[in-house]
Design a protein around this ligand. Structure first.
Ligand code: FAQ
Length: 337
């Protein structure tokens, strides 16, 4: 991704935001690493290694795209929500996801990349978003499963990001996590209602769990040994916990919840290990994850097509907002009559 340095140098020119004087490169790197080790936050106007900047732009923009594309699977059920109360909660949740996308694009912009550039990358199919959003929502229970499991996994992954070394990302994550916990609870409550309902409703909930369980485990990313970015991101305190450690935390938290619902986790090898106090899972089919990342998941093409259609359909709103801003600017600049 091309990184525009204009915004960075604009900020550097401001007297109050002038970065520390340039010193020898190796010393700069060493001092940066030492600051991160001391748990100091890195702010956008401060010097940072290019690789740190690029890693953050990659991760934050992928995260923002996930929030935006993630509105689609749930949006499919807005007109079919079973009650007015469910519809209002779902609508609020989807609006929250749009807000999360916007905070995250704004956090990435502080690193010198424009929102338009990130959006163009997404719409061109040249940027990643979470694998989980390439699966269909076939029944109302899928809306429960997304809240319970997808938001549950998102919280597990995102709570440590509140302590990320990059200030704007860490601060955005604090608010996002608060909203995600409401999302998780509304999903669990949908599942609970279905599980206490008719046998057909309970079967619908089980079917949703059967289809979402494994893709949700893949959301945490490849196993640590196959994760090219983890070591450096953990050293830089962008990531605080590894993909496998977070996946395990999620499994340990979720298995008892499934039991409470009276549902069966679709993993015949699932077993509690007394020694570690953890649930051991069977092998994840990583070929499915690779296929989804390569654009061949069940809904990749449909999700991208709808993202492009929505962007094109919103062109008039962007044009109207710009025209309005221009009119206000002109009015403010005009001499008083
Ligand atoms: N999907 O070396 P690592 C949500 C890629 S938000 C697609 O382990 P890293 C809220 C990875 O990008 C969900 N690609 O990478 C919501 C890299 O590819 P690259 C999104 C994936 O970055 C709920 C390659 O594999 N959350 O759900 C995935 O250190 C309901 C190697 O992987 C975030 O983005 C994946 N699942 O760790 C919204 C959280 N996993 O770039 C609506 C922030 C890995 O080299 C409805 N992100 N890859 O081409 C992170 O924590 C990290 O980026 C990880 C991946 C953990 C996702």
């Amino acid at each position: 991704m091309h990184v525009s340095r204009e915004r960075h140098s604009d900020r550097a020119a401001s007297p109050s935001l002038t970065p520390p004087p340039v010193i020898g490169e190796p010393d700069r790197d060493r001092r940066f690493e030492a600051r991160v080790t001391r748990d100091e936050k890195v702010e956008p106007n401060e010097w940072m290694p290019d690789a740190y900047r690029k890693t953050l732009i990659r991760q934050i923009s992928q995260h923002a795209h996930s929030e935006i594309v993630g509105m689609q699977p749930e949006g499919n059920w807005l007109t079919r929500a079973p009650t007015l109360r469910r519809k209002a909660a779902l609508l609020a949740k989807i609006q929250d996801e749009a807000g999360h996308g916007l905070y995250l694009y704004a956090a990435a912009e502080t690193l010198g990349v424009s929102r338009e550039e990130m959006q163009d990358q997404l719409l061109a199919g040249a940027a990643k978003y979470s694998s989980i959003f390439n699966y269909p929502t076939l029944s109302w229970a899928d809306i429960g499963a997304i809240g319970w499991l997808v938001d549950g996994a998102a919280i597990m992954n995102q709570i440590p990001l509140c302590r990320c070394s990059f200030g704007p990302y860490a601060r955005a994550m604090i608010r996002i996590c608060k909203e995600e916990s409401f999302h998780q609870r509304q999903g669990f409550e949908i599942m609970l209602t279905l599980c206490r309902g008719t046998p057909a409703q309970k079967a619908m909930a089980q079917d949703a769990l059967d289809r979402w369980w494994w893709p949700v485990l893949m959301m945490f990313g490849p196993p640590d040994a196959a994760s090219p970015h983890s070591d450096r991101s953990m050293r830089w305190k962008i990531k605080r916990l590894s993909n496998d450690a977070l996946r395990q935390q999620f499994v340990d938290a979720t298995v008892p919840q499934a039991r409470f619902l009276g549902l069966t986790i679709p993993d015949p090898q699932l077993a509690f290990d007394e020694a570690s106090g953890q649930w051991q899972i069977g092998a994840i089919d990583w070929s499915e994850f690779r296929a989804v990342l390569a654009g061949n998941g069940p809904c990749n093409r449909e999700r991208l097509r709808r993202a492009r259609e929505a962007h094109a359909a919103g062109a008039w709103v962007r044009e109207a907002a710009l025209a309005h801003a221009e009119k206000r600017r002109a009015r403010a600049a005009a001499p008083p009559s």
